[in-house]
Write a protein that binds this ligand. Structure first.
Ligand SMILES: [Zn+2]
Length: 260
């Protein structure tokens, strides 16, 4: 089932309204929906995207848009971390498509304006026929253990003292397992063994797919990659530092494998 670009919001569709890194919610913190749109000032160029597969509609408003009476824009991660997996899958999908459609207007090969493909969830170029798909960036995240100890790291961008699992982008040509081994070596200098895939999570900040792994410590001493990591150390399970939010794949890896 393909994407469509309706000129008005179709009735009875679950509708999400985004503004940059924010989402419009009602007084109860739920996605505002179509009823809020009538009160929003229309902006030229705002594009609706309808997803036949989920029956949802999304739209991306410019930064100048203000929330109507009774609604407010909140950071998208705040919404994501307070909703369940099913809702997060829907809202992530619609946010991704809305951002993609509002930012991908011309063919990067020949410069022609793009249009939605009739069947694929893609934009097609009427000039050269090239298809442009929305981007999904594969990443790995791994919890390395050494007996009862967990390897956790604090990112240099962290300001909250939060320690998380080691994560990084998959490079071209790599398997996920090779990416796990490389990222652990690059960021900590450690070697690992017994790499086990656990499960995955869409990570729409903005467009990653996180593949989660466990691995066992094999050897080496911690030498952090200072351009990425502020600190890395072993923690006992009964003395864990501040952790990523519940709902994140890092939190799930640390707490409970069965959540997958
Ligand atoms: Zn083209």
């Amino acid at each position: 089932m393909a994407l469509k670009e309706p000129s008005v919001i179709p009735e009875g569709k679950r509708t999400y309204i985004f503004r940059g890194r924010e989402i419009l919610v009602d007084g109860g913190g739920e996605a505002a929906g179509a009823e809020a749109v009538a009160s929003l000032v229309p902006f030229p160029g705002t594009r609706l995207v309808e997803d036949e597969a989920t029956g949802c509609v999304g739209m991306e408003f410019p930064s100048a848009a203000t929330a109507p009476e009774g609604f407010r824009f909140i950071p998208f991660p705040t919404y994501f971390f307070t909703h369940d997996d099913d809702e997060n899958a829907r809202v992530s999908r619609m946010r991704g498509y809305s951002l993609w459609l509002s930012s991908t207007k011309f063919c990067s090969a020949c410069g022609q304006p793009l249009r939605l493909h009739a069947v694929e969830n893609a934009l097609e170029c009427p000039g050269c026929g090239r298809l442009h798909f929305p981007r999904v960036e594969p990443c790995i995240i791994v919890l390395v253990t050494r007996g009862d100890e967990l390897l956790l790291l604090r990112n240099i961008r962290d300001t909250m003292g939060i320690y998380a699992c080691l994560a990084g982008f998959v490079e071209i040509g790599e398997t996920l397992e090779q990416a796990v081994r490389r990222e652990v070596r690059e960021e900590t200098g450690l070697t690992i063994k017994n790499i086990r895939y656990v499960g995955s999570q869409g990570w729409p900040f903005p467009d990653q797919l996180m593949a989660g792994f466990y691995a066992d410590y094999a050897g080496g001493d911690i030498h952090i990659q200072k351009s990425e990591i502020a600190d890395a150390r072993w923690f006992r399970r009964d003395a864990l530092p501040p952790l990523p939010k519940p709902g994140s794949i890092a939190w799930r890896l640390i707490h409970d494998l069965s959540l997958f």
